[in-house]
Ligand binder design. Structure first.
Ligand code: RBF
Length: 174
């Protein structure tokens, strides 16, 4: 694929991801600072169809755009990016276009990496960010784990259903 095509594809999918990130909504009232949005699906599609690094680039660009145009909260955006990368990278690296069993294993590892990694990171970041005791975060841990497990399970199911069709649509440009 030419560089011009790569730039075009990354541009289109980053823009799509940025727009759908506005749909963000909390899943659990106890942790309403954690919001679900479908934007990581755009990155996962590109990571599956083209390459993991192109998928991460989509994450970077949509998060920079969302920071500049909507949130202004660098901590929230950084957490969103790290969670997305912890999920997309293992899932796409394990899948690497090799069949349904590897694909499903990739999702499981991605969900586990993002859920486990973000549980640890929240234990460190939330006490610093809101000056609350770490015990408070421990009591929220089931909700934090549940949020990430649900978020990335939804993304996995949607990607599983649509990525082959999206690939067919993009094939004429490949
Ligand atoms: N997003 C996640 O997908 N998983 C997380 O574990 C997570 N932890 C966050 C912790 C804090 C303190 C903040 C401020 C945000 C966190 N986010 C996380 C990002 C959040 O869900 C949302 O996408 C961003 O705040 C942008 O609105």
């Amino acid at each position: 694929m030419t560089n011009a095509k790569k730039v075009a594809i990354i541009g289109v999918f980053s823009a799509l991801a940025f727009v759908v990130m506005y749909l963000e909504f909390p899943i659990f009232p106890a942790v309403n600072f954690l919001k679900y949005d479908p934007s990581d699906i755009m990155a996962l599609l590109i990571a599956f169809i083209y390459s993991p690094s192109m998928g991460v680039l989509v994450l970077v660009i949509k998060d920079i755009l969302f920071y500049l145009f909507k949130s202004g909260d660098i901590v929230g955006i950084a957490m969103n990016f790290i969670a997305g990368a912890l999920f997309v990278l293992p899932a796409a690296l394990i899948y690497a276009k090799k069949g349904r069993a590897r694909e499903i294993f990739g999702y499981i590892v991605g969900i586990a990496a993002a859920t486990g990694g973000m549980a640890l990171l929240n234990l460190i970041v939330v006490p610093l960010y809101w000056k609350v005791p770490i015990e408070t975060v421990f009591s929220l841990l089931p909700w934090i784990i549940g949020f990430n497990a649900i978020k990335f399970s939804i993304d996995s199911v949607v990607n599983y259903i649509i990525h082959r069709r999206v690939k067919k649509i993009l094939e004429p440009t490949m």
